[in-house]
Write a protein that binds this ligand. Structure first.
Ligand SMILES: O=C(O)C(=O)C[C@]1(C(=O)O)C=C[C@@H](O)C=C1
Length: 107
């Protein structure tokens, strides 16, 4: 919870746009507010895709385990880590490891 300076609180009780965004002009505050809406929409899609990935991964793991195999397939994980690393560098590797943990749990 962040404190709001009393002068920035409008009658609605909502902080002014400048306070919400950190901008020093109303133009910048308007741009930031619009761009944040786009980011929220993108994050909604990313979260939906992560949940979809988890569901597809579970289908694969369940089939492999039911056939007598193991939950984890390290050579496939290395392929995935390589793709994320090639696209995004070291943080991509971290992101891929987080996705894999969400999909198959901790190993
Ligand atoms: O591709 C597989 O074989 C999967 O089981 C999916 C998945 C993944 O989420 O990408 C999950 C666990 C495995 O260790 C490797 C990859």
């Amino acid at each position: 919870m962040t404190a709001t300076h009393p002068e920035t609180v409008e009658k609605t009780g909502a902080p002014a746009a400048a306070e919400r965004t950190g901008a020093r002009t109303s133009e910048a505050a308007g741009l930031i507010t619009g761009a944040r809406e786009r980011i929220d929409a993108l994050d909604d899609r990313i979260l939906g895709l992560v949940q979809e990935r988890m569901a597809v991964s579970a289908v694969i793991q369940d089939a492999r385990i039911a056939s007598g195999g193991r939950r984890v397939n390290l050579s496939r994980e290395n392929e995935i880590l390589g793709r994320y690393s090639a696209a995004l560098g070291k943080p991509g590797t971290t992101l891929a490891m987080t996705l894999l943990e969400l999909c198959r749990g901790r190993v």
